[in-house]
Design a binder for this molecule. Structure first.
Ligand SMILES: [Fe+2]
Length: 206
């Protein structure tokens, strides 16, 4: 048995709530990260968890797809955990977003993969791929976070827009992150629901 343990630390000029919103904005993955995510299907979700099937493209080899079942949970108000099974290898991704000043936060993402048996041979492949995936998603997400931070400070409200009067376009309070966040309408939504989606549960989000 062998564990791969990789941590990436960064600082970014937006609040932790904006990073959390971006992490939990599942709609964007098929647009912003269309070079990575090929197919995403939701099996179950509630106010703080989501069970996904993802088909992910391998960097530089997009014709190779990695299928994974991912369970993402909001562990506490700063931490998002994802349990996955890339190549059938169990993984745990832990993202921590901590405010370190006004409109500034630290982002720490830790990846753990547990290799056993013949799959230990994939250790160097995963070790090579994880920084590529991490860097690509970070770069692709950054403009979204910057834009949201900017418009939230102008008083932007989701699916409502900016205040009508220019003089009202300022907001200095705390930027909130509350689940569930509003999703795109079904017609614009590339996320699909499995026939088992939230089976027996009322109040589906989509
Ligand atoms: Fe993203």
């Amino acid at each position: 048995m062998k564990i791969l343990d990789l941590t990436f630390k960064r600082k970014v000029n937006c609040s932790a709530s904006v990073c959390l919103w971006n992490h939990w904005d599942h709609d964007h993955i098929n647009y912003t990260h269309e070079g990575i995510y090929d197919n995403s299907q939701i099996y179950y979700e509630d106010d703080r968890s989501i069970l996904f099937f993802h088909s992910i493209k391998v960097p530089f080899l997009p014709f190779i797809k990695v299928n994974t079942i991912d369970l993402t949970v909001l562990k506490d108000k700063n931490t998002v955990c994802t349990y996955g099974f890339q190549f059938g290898i169990p993984s745990l991704t832990t993202a921590k977003y901590i405010d370190i000043g006004k409109d500034k936060c630290s982002v720490e993402v830790n990846y753990k993969f547990k290799f056993s048996g013949i799959k230990i041979l994939l250790y160097p492949v995963i070790k090579y791929l994880v920084p590529k995936w991490n860097n690509q998603t970070w770069e692709e997400d950054l403009p979204l976070k910057m834009r949201r931070q900017k418009v939230k400070r102008l008083g932007f409200k989701d699916f409502k827009g900016l205040p009508e009067k220019t003089k009202d376009r300022k907001f200095q309070g705390d930027i909130e992150f509350k689940l569930p966040i509003t999703r795109l309408k079904k017609n614009d939504n590339k996320l699909t629901k499995h026939p088992f989606y939230n089976l027996g549960k009322k109040g589906n989000y989509i």
